[in-house]
Write a protein that binds this ligand. Structure first.
Ligand code: 2HA
Ligand code: ZN
Length: 271
């Protein structure tokens, strides 16, 4: 039977964490990723469930994510190290049928556990799966310019979305639903998890003011592509702040939405 350590899921996690680290977004143990892997795909590596140990979740997971398998970065672990030692820095868990425990199938070799942000991840997976059954990835990172931009704006989704859409013509095309915004909160708690998941009902991308971004997608590429588009746009915004002459006109944003037949967040650009 093929070894899970050689699977495309472990390889993808190693490649993307390395890439994100090199962007300068994931200093020290910053950032975390969770990847839902369908049971029939898990079965290519594990004929049946054989658990190493149980890890308490500290909250009751939504029924939609119970009995599901997640590959998740470990708490206190560094993105830059995932590729060279995936079995220590990642873990594959199955959420118990009562939603209270994660059964460890593989990884966290040094006795570790999943990221402290797992409540926010699991709750966000639940929100996204209810609106998009194809969603598989939740990705959290600390992109520099997005954090700067959030610090310079009111915590207002219409304002943040408008500034992004009017800084880069790709922005409205990639996230026509806009960006969700949370104020500065204490991270690693169930409270920020609940607040993030509430935003994830409407948005695939959520900004944690003074902290970073949460992105969702059907695969690693999609979640990353969303985050890198927001970050690139925030970079443009920050570098042009106070120098701006040619802001994208409202008609161009509306024209792009029409061209691509997009369902835009209402109330951001007047029609
Ligand atoms: O895992 O990014 O939000 C470290 C963090 C906490
Ligand atoms: Zn963080």
């Amino acid at each position: 039977m093929a070894k899970f350590i050689n699977s495309k899921y472990v390889r993808e996690m190693g490649d993307i964490t390395k890439n994100m680290y090199r962007q300068g977004w994931d200093e020290r143990n910053g950032g975390n990723i969770s990847y839902l892997i369908d049971e029939h795909l898990v079965r290519e590596y594990f004929k049946k469930d054989k658990f190493i140990r149980d890890i308490n979740l500290g909250f009751e997971a939504d029924p939609i994510v119970r009995n599901k398998y997640f590959l998740i970065t470990g708490t206190g672990k560094y993105f830059k190290n995932v590729k060279k030692d995936p079995e220590t820095n990642l873990g594959l868990v199955k959420i118990s049928s009562d939603g209270k425990v994660a059964h460890l199938l593989w990884g966290y070799k040094d006795g570790g556990r999943f990221t402290s942000e797992f409540p926010a991840h699991l709750m966000s997976h639940a929100s996204r799966l209810k609106v998009d059954p194809a969603n598989r990835v939740i990705m959290h990172t600390h992109p520099t310019y997005t954090i700067c931009m959030g610090a310079c704006l009111p915590t207002d989704e219409v304002v943040f979305t408008r500034k992004l859409w009017k800084s880069n013509t790709e922005a409205v095309v990639v996230f026509p639903e806009g960006i969700g915004v949370l104020p500065c909160m204490i991270c690693g708690t169930n409270e920020i998890g609940i607040a993030t998941a509430e935003k994830m009902k409407e948005y695939r991308i959520v900004s944690w003011t003074n902290h970073g971004l949460y992105g969702a997608g059907k695969d690693i590429d999609e979640a990353f592509g969303l985050i890198e588009t927001v970050e690139k746009t925030a970079q443009i915004y920050m570098l042009t702040l106070d120098h701006l002459v040619n802001e994208i006109p409202d008609e161009v944003v509306l024209g792009l939405a029409k061209l691509w037949n997009l369902k835009m967040k209402p109330g951001v650009i007047e029609e």
